[in-house]
Design a protein around this ligand. Structure first.
Ligand code: HEC
Length: 182
């Protein structure tokens, strides 16, 4: 009897170890990672990002694994970021007013996920997926376009708003460098 109990305990430990911080056991490719349920209760990465050029406002969330990253580090395997892209119009004060949700973008990383990247477009181990507002229907944007635009950001783990996130996460203020890329 004791042996059986011990065996059960061991297998429970083994199972729970397979989904540690090193990332989930599943290996996603571009377009495969679903919009995670409950992401709106995750830590906020940046809210109300003003994209006057694209006439959009964006809200970005990061899962708790990603939120543990420290400035200067890459995000750990198991990190997921979700970005909601809203249509927006300029308000009287010049600030954009959020309209309807257009797209939900997901990027996540895990051990070896980048191996499936097309040649010349490997952004570390990040993979990308894009959905319509329902969060279920695939959006037409091909993942190679995501990769190409995030690819140059090698110093900040391919994350566009990396500096702004770490500068503001604990209540600080971010000053965009002159000529900053966005
Ligand atoms: C033309 C360049 C461009 C393309 C194409 C692009 N992105 Fe981004 N992405 C950005 C910029 C710039 C930001 C920062 C937020 C902002 O300014 O809108 C961003 C931010 C993000 C973020 C939040 C984390 C971060 O990097 O700050 C996610 C998640 C994301 N993009 C996913 C995607 C996915 C998925 C696709 C493809 C469907 C995609 N992106 C295509 C430029 C791009």
């Amino acid at each position: 009897m004791r042996k059986i109990v011990a065996a059960i305990v061991v297998s429970v430990i083994l199972v729970s170890c397979s989904t540690t911080d090193s990332g989930p056991a599943v290996k996603f490719k571009d377009g495969e990672q679903a919009v995670p349920a409950g992401y709106k209760s995750w830590p906020k990465f940046l809210m109300n990002v003003q994209r006057g050029d694209a006439k959009q406002v964006r809200d970005i969330y990061v899962n708790p694994i990603g939120a543990r990253a420290q400035k200067g580090q890459a995000f750990a395997n198991g990190t997921i970021m979700v970005m909601e892209n809203y249509a927006a119009k300029p308000g009287a004060d010049g600030k954009l007013i959020k309209g309807e949700l257009l797209r939900v973008f997901v990027m996540g990383k895990g051990d070896g996920w980048g191996d499936s990247a097309p040649q010349g477009l490997k952004n570390g181990d990040w993979v990308y997926a894009a959905y319509l507002a329902d969060g279920l229907t695939k959006a037409p944007e091909p993942a190679v376009t995501c990769r190409a635009c995030h690819l140059p950001l090698t110093k900040v783990d391919y994350v566009h708003r990396y500096d702004e996130y770490f500068a503001t996460r604990d209540g600080g203020v971010f000053t965009r460098p002159a000529g900053g890329g966005y």
